[in-house]
Design a protein around this ligand. Structure first.
Ligand SMILES: *[C@@H]1O[C@H](CO)[C@@H](O)[C@H](O)[C@H]1NC(C)=O
Ligand SMILES: *[C@@H]1O[C@H](CO)[C@@H](O)[C@H](O)[C@H]1NC(C)=O
Ligand SMILES: *[C@@H]1O[C@H](CO)[C@@H](O)[C@H](O)[C@H]1NC(C)=O
Length: 348
């Protein structure tokens, strides 16, 4: 086991950031809710469902003028005690033959850290390439587009899915994220036991705006893949740590259910907007305490371990798993549902 884990670390770290260290850590589920303080601030409740991890100050409104997650959160569902950022994505659903929907459970990606210890959630990476400048308080951004239905409009080197034919957490599958046979669409072969979703964020910033009306125009990609990004374009001169989300959707119970899995070849997996892989997206609200993220990048802090030079501390899985927030929208999100929890738009 030890050997397998070590081999996975070496292989994975090699594939992702050949030149050095990166943060890579697990986050467990904070809440699953129709709330989106980035795209729909103040709206109760948003059109589609999200799964959210990170600091527990996550709320319907997180106005940077008066809401600093770094200081307002009293716990975080992510590995590092000092990281009160919020990270979220849409939720994947399985649509059974009879038309009912079921939320697809998430598992932590064991891989380099060995075991599936977190309760749902996802893994987060901060991948440096050369000297990076950490995000400033109030910084936020969006990757992907929740309304897009055209897979050709998605940058497949940055947002993709991979079929895992095993649920063995010690088996590393394939090459670099968003390469090879990875697809923009959600794979739906019946031998896929887990589906890994990868969302890589832009790593170049205009150096001025903490956000922008579309939550994208203040940042830019510089290439594709999880290498930390290439040289930044002149209008976006500030190199950021490259953020990557890795979500493991456990579809094993659905592919095993012959009565529920569609036999007409249709894709039963959809995100919570009612659109498949074309609409995969991730949201980020920065919330590291003080200059800890900058120090972590500058001092080559690695993976999910304590790093004294940056003053960052790894919590036990039991501690971060215990950081949760009650769902606010009054509706079921688990069990078999007659329809996606899409809501009826803004409600009083
Ligand atoms: C969320 O916002 C509501 C309304 O502004 C407020 O009452 C509540 O205390 C906030 N919760 C957290 C955890 O900040
Ligand atoms: C995936 O789901 C199956 C069926 O619910 C469960 O038995 C299994 O433990 C889950 N796998 C992981 C790796 O969590
Ligand atoms: C639809 O199929 C699922 C899976 O077989 C089953 O559990 C559920 O009860 C069915 N829903 C209805 C409304 O029949």
């Amino acid at each position: 086991m030890q050997w397998a884990s070590f081999a996975a670390v070496t292989l994975f770290a090699h594939n992702v950031a050949a030149q050095g260290s990166m943060l890579r850590f697990a986050c467990s589920q904070l809440t699953v809710d129709r709330v989106d303080p980035l795209v729909n601030p103040g709206q109760t409740y948003t059109p589609h469902l999200h799964q959210i991890v990170g600091g527990n100050s996550f709320n319907v409104t997180m106005d940077p003028a008066n809401h600093d997650p770094a200081t307002l959160s009293t716990c975080t569902s992510c590995n590092f005690k000092e990281d009160n950022s919020n990270y979220w994505t849409a939720v994947m659903f399985f649509k059974a033959k009879n038309g009912s929907y079921h939320r697809v459970p998430q598992v932590g990606n064991g891989g380099p850290q060995g075991q599936l210890v977190n309760n749902g959630g996802l893994d987060v990476y901060y991948i440096p390439s050369g000297k990076t400048t950490a995000f400033k308080p109030g910084f936020r951004m969006l990757a992907g587009s929740a309304a897009n239905t055209d897979t050709t409009k998605v940058s497949s080197g940055n947002i993709c899915h991979r079929c895992w034919t095993s649920t063995n957490d010690n088996t590393f599958v394939g090459a670099q994220p968003c390469s090879g046979s990875d697809t923009v669409e959600i794979p739906h072969a019946t031998n896929c036991q887990m589906i890994r979703q990868t969302i890589i964020f832009p790593a170049c910033w205009d150096g001025k705006n903490l956000d922008s009306p579309d939550h994208k125009s203040h940042v830019a990609y510089s290439g594709s893949g999880a290498s930390g990004g290439g040289a930044c374009p002149t209008a976006f001169p500030v190199k950021l740590p490259q953020i990557m989300y890795e979500v493991m959707w456990n579809v094993s119970s659905f592919v095993a259910d012959k009565n529920a899995f569609p036999t007409d070849g249709s894709n039963p997996y959809t995100y919570s907007m009612g659109i498949g892989g074309a609409a995969a997206h991730g949201d980020y609200v920065f919330g590291w305490q003080g200059n800890t993220l900058q120090l972590a990048m500058d001092n080559n802090c690695n993976l999910n371990a304590d790093c004294a030079k940056a003053g960052i501390h790894a919590q036990t899985a039991a501690t971060y798993n215990a950081c949760t927030k009650k769902q606010m929208a009054p509706e079921p999100v688990d069990g078999w549902l007659p329809a996606l929890p899409l809501g009826a738009g803004p409600a009083a």
